[in-house]
Every structure is written in structure tokens, then in C-alpha cells.
Design a protein around this ligand. Sequence first.
Ligand code: NOJ
Length: 563
Amino acid sequence: MDIDWWKDAVIYQIYPRSFFDHSGDGMGDLQGIIDKLDYLSSLGVDALWISPFYPSPAFDGGYDVSEYCDIDPVFGTMADFDQLLEESHSRGLKVIIDLVPNHTSWSHAWFKEALGDSPGSRARSRYVFRYSQNPPNNWGSMFGGSAWSRVQELTGKAEDRDWWYLHLFSSQQPDLNWGNPDVQEFFLDILGFWLDKGVDGFRVDVAHGLIKNPAFPDDKLGLERWEYADANGPYSNQPYYDQDRVHEIYRSWRHLCNRYNPPRMMVGEVWVRPRERASAYARPDEMHQVFNFDFLHCPFDYRLLRQIITESLRVDGAVGAPSTWVLANHDQLRARTRLGYPAGAMLERGIGAGDPQPDWEIGLLRARAALLLMLALPGSAYIFQGEELGLPDFTMMDDAARRDPTWERTNHQVRGRDSSRVPLPWSTGRPNYGFSDAKPWLPQPSDWDDLTVENQEKDADSTLCLYRESLRLRKEWQLGSGSLTWDNAPTRVLAFHNGQLHCWVNTSILPVNLPPGSQVILSSTGHPESPDAVNCSVGNSATSGSSPVLEPNVTMWFTRVDK
Ligand code: NOJ
């Protein structure tokens, strides 16, 4: 039994409401995932991470949980989940579920009880209530506006007039008070419930946010977090993030995960700088790994990529954790979109129809090149559903269709994350690209016929084909468990080898030659641009006399024959 499977795994993220709709109500569901398990296993991934499917009023796409040990009827039943787990396992796929411990939904029984009870009660002490005439401090919600709402708005009670509750996200997501032992025990029970069912691990939401600075000081962002993000990117170390005591929580969870055979894993969503502080969440007695958001946000630039990869391996290695690599998720623009803009473009507010649009062709070229880079690196990699199709964001989505709470909470200043959450296109010529017989919960663009799974399966040069082939080769060459050595290369080419496999990424605007005697194994373009580059479906190529050409925005995997 491979108990360390997560160290070099490729994990596929499913955002269930947009994956595949089995029931025909316009919303993806658990049976829809089961229908597509063969597709997922043919892709060559090792594990699935499934975003929340728990009962929820879905003000934040299910990250507002009202019952932690159940299934929302829109997704199916617990029997469906059990079947999904069993059928995934029978195909050799592990299953990681999403755990949301920073906040509950405002519809959770605990929060309702808290509202019904009086200030100072045990029920209220499970959340973060504060007494003050004005908002207790200047903290802003991650989705815009204040992070505090008046309790009286919900209860209507006179005694609640100067009471506030904290919600780092939307007002429908009250923050839990992790200083309270009730909360700690409650979550150990929730973990135990799912572990007993046999899940292989957890993705821990907002893992850095559970403990707040007990003095509740003002922060340096106030309500202007978007202006900060425009200038500095998405990170900000704040008094509600990365407090030292948060680590105690993960130690107790690790202890529990280790009691199972094989031990179960945890991956943390940790938005923390500097990198050492993020890796601290992946120390041997805490979580097993954390997402590498520096890599996700890195422009297509050899120097920055090299710096981030080197740092990640060094810092994660120092705590004995594998580095992780990720290009996209349900909170970010898709790689094709992001990499279709010049470095430095301000993308934090999302993209709308009136904004400058990316160069989709360059975006796709680079997204494919970035995939081969990512998969050649040692460690584990995360793929977001639809990435394997080279999907763009739906940047032209009608604003009226948006569901992300950010859009309303920022008074239409920040579009948010809907553009990457569009339901997947499965087949060509079917209503809604075969995602559902009913109108999908979010609209799909009208020009995705070429991008469907059905279409790409017929096309050996497709992005889907490239994913399958590169995942197969990654396994064959054992790249995930290998190690990286940087190589010399022409300027603006990122060059390294992992075992016998060499990887060159051309981030310049000029073609370069691979070293003489190179034998190309795979090119991110998937079609020959020199006699030695190969079609992604073909596999190994023969060596010839001339050295292969590496075009701009292309990655090649090759071996070297010593002459
Ligand atoms: C991070 C999740 O990925 C995101 O989708 C969600 O809105 C927030 N955490 C709040 O739970």
C-alpha cells in the first residue's frame, strides 16, 4: 500500500455544480461525477478533490455550510456519496473532500441558536460577537464591505442593537470562534465522520484564518483591499490571518488522521507570506502540503518562474513537505486567461465584457507550456476541472448572471470568480454542450463547440490529448518523485532536468535550438514544428541530425544522447 501517495499525486479539482448534471436540473451532482469517473481515470489523475457538496443556501457556492455531515439534495444523497467513494476507489482514484472550518452558513443550527440566545450565552460564544456602537474595527470582508454586520439586522431585538458579528467573507458566513472548545470538538467529530466513511483526505478552506488576533486591532487595508490587491497582488498578512495558535488545530487534526490506516492527508489553502510561514502549515505534525499560490500567480517569465520554483522546493523541503504546483482553481482566472495578458496586468477584480480581453491564442500556448513545466516538477500537482480542455474564462458573461457575492458586495466594482466556474462542455451539438438537459445554473459561452470533450477526444493535437499524454509520461518517468537540477540554456529559457528527462520552457520571443542530440519526447504544441517535435499522441520520437527548434511560448520534454 502506498501510504505516501499524495507526495507525487496529480489531483483533479471538481467544482460539483459545474462538472456534470445527471439529474437534469441544470446543476452538476454526485451521480454526474460517477458518470464521468471513467473519463477521469482515463485522464490519468490519481485523486479527486471535490469542492463542497454539503447542505448550504449557497450564498458562496457551497462554502457556506449549514450541515457538515450531510449532502445537499441538489447534489444527491449520502448513498450517492458512498457510491462515488466506492467507485472512485475501485478505479484507484483517491477522494479528498473540502472542509470549511473558518465559518458556517448563517443557516447552521449553531448560528440560529446563537441569534436566538442572549449576548454572553454559550451559544453566542461559538461565534465572534462584539459589542460596539460602530463596527468594532476596520476589517473588511474578502468579498467587499465591512467584515462586521449588526446582529439586530437579523434578530430585530432591541438588546442586539450594538452587537456585531464577524464574517471575513459574506454576511451569510459568520466566523466561528476557534478559542471555544465546543468548536474544536465539533470539528474533530466532523473529520471523524468523513474519515470513518473512508475519504482519503481534506482540502482545508481558509486554513490560515481560524484564529484571530485577540486584540482585534485595525488592519492596514481597511475596506480598501482591492486597491491594495491591484498594487501588490492577492496576499496580505492581516491580524485575522496566520496567528501562531492556528497550528495547534492542525496538530490535533493530524493526530486524528494518523490514527487511520493508511493515514489520511490534508492540504491547506494558505494565503500567507513569506513562504516560510506558509510552509509551516506543512510541518511533519500538521498538514501534509499547502497550495503554491506563488506558482499559480507567476507570469510567464523564466526568471520569476525559476525563483519561485527554487524557493518553493527549498522552503517546503526544509519542513520535509513535497512542493505543490497549481495553475488554476475555482477562485482564480483560468491559466489560459491569465497567461493571455502581459505580465503585470491587474486581474484581481475579474474580467468583464468591457475590459481589455486576453490574447486567447497566446494564452492557450502558454497554458499548455505551463502544464508541461508543472508536470515535470517534483512534488504534487493540482488540476482544475476544464483546464484539460484549455477552457478560457467566460469573460463576456452577462453581469446580470453573476452569482459570486463579490459583485454585489463591492457595488459592482469587482466582478469576482464566476467566469472560471462555467459548466463544462462535454459534447458538441447537444443543448448546453451536453452538461445538462436543463438551463445551466451559470450561462456558457456560445462558441465552445470546438472545446468539448467529445471534440477534443477526436483530435490528437487537442489540449485534452496533451493532458493525457503528459500525465502518462509523468508517471512513466516518475517525475513527481524525482528531483530538479537547473541547466544552462539560452537567455529567457527555463531549463532543468529531472532524472533523464530535460524540460525547456521558452519564455522569450525568439525560437531557440535544443542542444544537439536532443530527442524530443513531448512538445506542448502537440504538433511538429521541426522534424523532431512530435505529435502529442505519438509518444517517443526518433533522433535526427539537426537540433530541434523550440518556438516561443512552448515547452519541450526531451532526453539527451551523448555524442
Ligand atoms: C476559499 C474558497 O476557495 C472560496 O471559494 C471561498 O469563497 C472562501 N474560501 C470562503 O470559504
